[in-house]
Design a protein. Sequence first.
Length: 195
Amino acid sequence: MKPSIKATLPFALIFAIAGCASVEEPPQGETLLAEAVVATAQGNVVGVDYENRVVKLETPDSPRGWLEVTVSEDVRNLAQVRTGDRITVDYIEAVSVTLFRPGEVEPGVDVNVAAGRAAPGERPAVAAGVETSVTGVIEKIDTANELVGVRIPDSGYRVFKVNNPAIIARLSVGDRVRASVTRAWAVGVNPGPFS
């Protein structure tokens, strides 16, 4: 199944949070690949162990029909969760590959983490996102075999298969290639069962 990009309202919050992680405007580069998968899971609360912070959910999509979730301390106001409440989890995973010319960016690894949670007294909710970016330098291009050799800091030299001649044609030795993976999720609790 090919990933597709979708827009959903809860992700406006996630992207707003993630957008706060960087202060200065980074170089834009040329996008070679951008794909995202969005998923939503829902469940009704059928039991809560407040002492151990475990919530049991009735989930029609689960093979067992239910799921137990251990809730971290990041989720405030667990005491407000009651049997019959509904929980919605929105999740996104996005992958992008961007091309930069020599001197535009430095090789390396960057990790940006952003999170937000409900204020005391509000319904329990949490949103978080992690973006990991690895930038390497192209050292070899084998057009005939569709292979690209990239030097990655702290990871050595790697060879990647690129199944798209149009992309390989845009690459040059010395270019920088940044691969970024973003994972973000939002969890919300709503009163009453799903209809």
